[in-house]
Write a protein that binds this ligand. Sequence first.
Ligand SMILES: [Zn+2]
Length: 177
Amino acid sequence: MRFIQYQILSIIASVLFFSQFVVGQEKVTFEKPYQIPAEMVKKVEKTDVEWLRELGPEKYKILRQCSTEPPFTGQYVNHKGKGKYACSGCGSVLFSSQTKYDSGSGWPSFFQAIEKGKIKEIADTSYGMVRTEIKCAGCDGHLGHVFTDGPQPTGLRYCVNSAALDFVPDESNNSEK
Ligand SMILES: [Zn+2]
């Protein structure tokens, strides 16, 4: 019985492994040349206790336990400042305000990541839905999901929890902080 369970698990694992490649290949069409491979992103690793202490319970629940903040409650839903959005877990810069748009979803939405390798995409079949989870490549923090109903030029909608982001205003743009 054990052996069969093992076999089933290894089949599931290899399906998941190869499906990542398929997703990866589809993305090539809109990738920009400046994008860096994920393995070049500096990794931040902490224990759960350390994360909880550092992030506080609210951010911990979202970043480390893949929770979702209620729509229209996050601080960056309607935020219009010019600058960058960094991961609130490790500070890795993930999005530019230039790619932020109003999706009407209730969560901050972007049509492109600042650099492809900084965000990991993982197939997520929880809650009976087929979605693509997005995680920070630097700290493995849960950010939200990416959908294919976004605006051009990418057609993507990176739907991100405000709690997973820290806004960093552009220095040259002091008037709009
Ligand atoms: Zn991070």
